[in-house]
Design a protein around this ligand. Sequence first.
Ligand SMILES: Cc1cc2nc3c(=O)[nH]c(=O)nc-3n(C[C@H](O)[C@H](O)[C@H](O)COP(=O)(O)OP(=O)(O)OC[C@H]3O[C@@H](n4cnc5c(N)ncnc54)[C@H](O)[C@@H]3O)c2cc1C
Length: 419
Amino acid sequence: MTDQNSPVMLANQVQIIGGGLAGLSLAAALGAADIKTLLVDLEPPLPEDPYQDAKDNRTTALIQNSINLLNACGAWAGCEEYATALSVMRIVNLPRGKQKYPSSTDFDSREINDSPFGFNVPNAVLRRVLCTRLSELPSVTHLTSTKMETLESSENGYILGLSNGQQSIAELTVGADGKNSPSRKAIGIKSMSWPYPQTAITCYIEHSKPHQNISTETHYPAGPFTLVPMMGKRSSIVWVEETALAKKLLAQDDESFTKALKEKIKGRLGTVKLFGKRGGFPISAMLSNSFHDQRFALIAEAAHALPPIAAQGLNLSLRDVAVLAELLIDQNNKRSDLGDIQLLEDYDRARHFDVFTRLAAADGLNRFASNDSAILHKVRDLGLSAVRNFAPLRHFMMKSGMTSPLGTPSLMTGKEIKK
Ligand SMILES: Cc1cc2nc3c(=O)[nH]c(=O)nc-3n(C[C@H](O)[C@H](O)[C@H](O)COP(=O)(O)OP(=O)(O)OC[C@H]3O[C@@H](n4cnc5c(N)ncnc54)[C@H](O)[C@@H]3O)c2cc1C
């Protein structure tokens, strides 16, 4: 006889805590391979209108490898309608002292390839498409508005205590629960983090002039101001500002905020109108000491977080997803334990160095680009001029921004996921 008062115990092969874009993508990859997966997320289901998501009004510039992964998961076709090609990356260094004009360099994808650098997609669209995909996968259970409250180890895997009163056990538990990762803390994996005195303001605009698929990153002393093309005559903005000023700007009414915005855009896109909500994201970096423990793996921002410069964060996280999914699918095909420690060590080894080098580069780039030093301003001008005038250097930088020297996980090369 079962005890009427004991909680319902769910049993899965993999359980994922956190349904942000990384957790959703991992669930979709595992579900496509018929691996029995539970995804638990605190957030409620999304509103229908992708521009009205008050929580995440960002877009993600996805590089081709990330798109290949989403395609393998069956989640790219639904994004295409909202995706905008990124053909040119323009970097602008503002004039300083007696200089009259800014210096700038264009990285044009057509110089190295027939295809664009990638596509820009609203996060809310990506989330909705991934949620829809999960609902089509019989081996995935997706619980929204549900919190992981407890995490206890047992011989056969971690036991999750959920806010809906249920419990859940799986061969492998994955922490995909963001920068402050409650699961990482519950397991006791240490991490180092450091804040920057900056906040990223995000919003969408409509404009009268076409953006011509050019993404423009202008370097101000407080941080980069980036315009990223969206469908039609729309762009998304990531405006990195000193935190106290960012708070004031976020508190302003639409008219005053738009005025300040126009000063940054400098007439590049004609007349400008704000639409949708504004968001503010305090910037920090974080690196977890380890990406695994017994029967436990960390992915994405639960394992590492970067300042939002050069559109790296989610693209890097999707590489975690691709590597872990590939190892788990192979293991499942061999009918072996998905919480195997050797598999988890392989995952950690494959990801730690790549993440560390990208984090160091993003940290250095953020400090180099966000300051008022006359010397560093001159160095930035010289750098841009060298890149502008020396095509091989420009081509090398474009190629290395889109690939990892450590190779590309096969799920990011266009390979299908087989059951
Ligand atoms: C301004 C800005 C612009 C960016 N632009 C780009 C870009 O252009 N390209 C790019 O590649 N990256 C970009 N990034 C980075 C990217 O947005 C993040 O890396 C990504 O959104 C993080 O996703 P995640 O799934 O790791 O974490 P999150 O989105 O933080 O998801 C974690 C989830 O876990 C849930 N959760 C937390 N605790 C619990 C719990 N106890 N129980 C259940 N669920 C829980 C949360 O509710 C949340 O849904 C940008 C970042 C910023 C700040």
